[in-house]
Design a protein around this ligand. Structure first.
Ligand code: NAD
Ligand code: 0WE
Length: 257
């Protein structure tokens, strides 16, 4: 059991399709104790039953836009566990209007909202949890290739993911001297709640089936197993990095069918 006795705080489970749920299950199956966050009472009704199914130690409120929630959730975890070995950040949001039409039309408010929830939340969470991180703690966030290359309609989320990926490197630098590692997983497209709000998502999934080396899409279980690696001592020398779990898409150039 790769994570026997480890304590993992997981942010971003919305339902059993969530990438964070795949990660939570992989951790649980490998001996970790887990705790799940929820941002509001509506999602709490979904998260609590999943937490019970996963035998999570507890669930806790955390809307990442609220400083008081960030402080309170670190305190809740401290009171329950006294430490954190693994922190998973699987949180993103942009206004739906900003994920269609042209990037050039993004408003100041839309830009700020997307960057606040999707990028600033990682550095804020790391700061709140810094006193709790154990000597070999691992922080994992989720990113997407649209932060590195233009993907039609990903728009402001691409800018947020670019900031998130740079943030991973700077956080790895700050926390490295304490032994804490910080990495991102760049997952291929997966039909989650976040993805269900995107019109034409099936076209993206079809494109990936045609043009990835593996000729298929990836699953939340595959992302879960990559997170298991990054959270475990197997990855003790890996920090500040982006691990692609994308069926090889990122490695491909021109392909002639
Ligand atoms: P999801 O909808 O299941 O998860 C997104 C989560 O963000 C939800 O649990 C939601 O509650 C949470 N969230 C939104 N606003 C919040 C706030 N203010 N405070 C706290 N939590 C908030 O979708 P997902 O696809 O599993 O997304 C998880 C992560 O994976 C995101 O960072 C996303 O960008 C990334 N990702 C997704 C894909 C994909 O194709 N699905 C691919 C690569 C990366
Ligand atoms: O990061 C994401 C999705 C993030 C997301 C999704 C939504 C939908 C509903 C953020 N905010 C919202 N806001 C909503 O109101 N992905 C990597 C999945 C995704 O989203 C895309 C993609 C892919 C892939 C949007 C356009 C193009 C491709």
């Amino acid at each position: 059991m790769l994570l026997a006795g480890k304590k993992a705080a997981i942010f971003g489970v919305a339902n059993n399709k969530s990438i964070a749920y795949g990660i939570a299950r992989a951790f649980r199956d490998n001996g970790a104790e887990i705790a799940l966050s929820w941002p509001n009472e509506t999602l709490r009704k979904r998260v609590d039953p999943l937490a019970a199914e996963l035998k999570a130690a507890f669930t806790f409120p955390c809307d990442v836009t609220r400083d008081e929630d960030l402080a309170a959730c670190a305190e809740t975890v401290r009171a329950a566990w006294g430490r954190t070995d693994i922190l998973v950040h699987a949180v993103a949001f942009a206004n739906k209007d900003d994920l269609q039409n042209r990037y050039i039309d993004t408003s100041r408010q839309g830009f700020t909202l997307a960057l606040d929830i999707s990028a600033y939340s990682l550095v804020a969470l790391c700061r709140a949890f810094e006193p709790l991180f154990s000597a070999e703690a691992s922080v994992i966030t989720l990113t997407y290739y649209g932060g590195q290359k233009v993907i039609t309609n990903y728009n402001i989320m691409g800018i947020a993911k670019a900031a998130l990926e740079a943030s991973v490197r700077y956080l790895a630098h700050d926390l490295g001297p304490s032994g804490v590692r910080v990495n991102a997983i760049s997952a291929g497209p997966i039909r989650t709640l976040a993805a269900s709000g995107i019109s034409g998502f099936h076209k993206i999934l079809n494109h990936i089936e045609r043009f990835t080396p593996l000729h298929r899409n990836v699953t939340i279980d595959e992302v879960g197993r990559a997170a298991l690696f990054l959270a475990s001592p197997l990855a003790s020398g890996v920090t500040g990095d982006i691990l692609f779990v994308d069926a090889g898409y990122q490695t491909s150039g021109i392909q002639i069918e």
